[in-house]
Design a protein around this ligand. Structure first.
Ligand code: SAM
Ligand code: SF4
Length: 331
């Protein structure tokens, strides 16, 4: 029988999120400080090292990999990386989370390289506000990117939206109309306390999934779906039969740790066993000590499973416990 990764709590880990860069062309207010300091390039995994780590995971039974960042599409050689990972025997899904800014020119090459699915972040449909929330982003480019992804043949495209009270909560229904019009899905993500950002007080802008759902149900009747990904999303569908799905990712208000099936690899090669804890091991030192060798990476991953903690502890309004920023963690 093929090998599986199982942790101390009998959870099977078959899903890995790999951050391919900590850099980004946006500076979203909830994700990064304006003057972020990025890791030196020598500390970032090379494309070959990322491929080796991906292969090790797939040989250990991982069937689903998501590439993220930072912005994965600002990494040079990303299309080749997608092609190499997508070709690994045993991998069923290779997905990506992107801010969409490079999709106008990269959607078609990514589809051809074998990328299965795309999640695209979009927090506002108003150009000025989009610019304020991302600090540098251009809304029209991202909208063009979404349309290009559709024309390239991507299906099940999902929008990721972080709702901040007083900043974009008045656009929830507009975003719902947008996804219905374009046959997209959407996930609303509760903001998580990752990294301290001086000019942004998370406790003031926090909006729970329940608050967001209340706003949607003023206009649409929703029914809960059985669909489960082993992840933090709970899914709902429209009672009127529209095929778009709505997900809610609720690390604060709903504890999803019991069915957690995932681990993360940062751009610097740290294997994080839990988004909300610092438990990790350094895979980069293993791949650099044994370049090109699969067995030492596989053994390090097997041993790391014992470190996966039972649950996360996110509390609002307290000192930030997690010092990593989302861009290095890989959201
Ligand atoms: N740059 C890509 C993007 O924005 O889609 C991929 C990386 S980004 C870190 C992945 C997701 O994490 C995005 O949807 C973003 O909105 C979300 N995110 C970033 N910081 C967050 C935070 N503090 N709390 C919750 N979600 C966050
Ligand atoms: Fe960049 Fe994504 Fe973070 Fe925004 S959320 S700053 S697009 S990594």
């Amino acid at each position: 029988m093929a090998e599986q990764l199982v942790d101390k709590f009998n959870r099977v880990v078959d899903y890995v999120r790999i951050s391919v860069t900590d850099r980004c062309d946006f500076r979203c207010v909830y994700c990064m400080a304006e003057d972020m300091v990025f890791a030196p390039r020598s500390e970032i995994l090379s494309l070959e090292e990322i491929t080796l780590i991906a292969q090790a995971f797939v040989e250990l039974g991982v069937s689903n990999i998501r590439l993220t960042g930072g912005e994965p599409l600002v990494r040079k050689g990303i299309t080749q990386l997608v092609e190499n990972i997508a070709a690994l025997p045993g991998l069923k899904q290779l997905n990506m989370t992107s801010n969409g800014s490079q999709l106008p020119h990269l959607a078609t090459p990514l589809k051809q390289a074998g990328l299965s699915r795309l999640n695209i972040s979009l927090d506002s449909l108003k150009p000025d506000r989009f610019k304020q929330l991302t600090r540098t982003g251009d809304l029209q480019t991202v909208l063009d990117g979404i349309m290009q992804a559709k024309s390239a043949g991507f299906t099940d495209i999902k929008i990721n939206c972080v709702v901040l009270k007083g900043r974009n909560d008045d656009e929830i229904l507009d975003l719902i109309a947008f996804i219905r019009q374009h046959q997209l899905g959407i996930s609303f993500i509760e903001e998580m306390p990752l990294g301290h950002i001086d000019e942004h007080d998370r406790a003031l802008t926090f909006m729970s999934s329940a608050d967001i759902r209340d706003i949607i149900t003023q206009q649409y009747e929703l029914e809960s779906c059985d669909e489960h990904t082993g992840g933090p999303s709970r899914y709902w569908q429209f009672a009127d039969g529209h095929t778009s799905r709505i997900g809610f990712i609720s690390p604060h208000s709903h504890n999803f740790c019991g069915s957690c099936n995932r681990v993360r690899v940062t751009a610097q090669g740290r294997l994080l066993l839990c988004l909300g804890n610092e438990h990790s091991i350094d895979l980069k030192s293993v791949v650099r000590k044994y370049p090109g060798e699969l067995e030492p990476v596989k053994q390090a991953i097997r041993e790391a499973m014992d470190l996966k903690p039972e649950r996360h502890h996110f509390e609002l309004g307290e000192e930030v416990q997690i010092l990593r920023f989302m861009n290095s963690t890989g959201g």
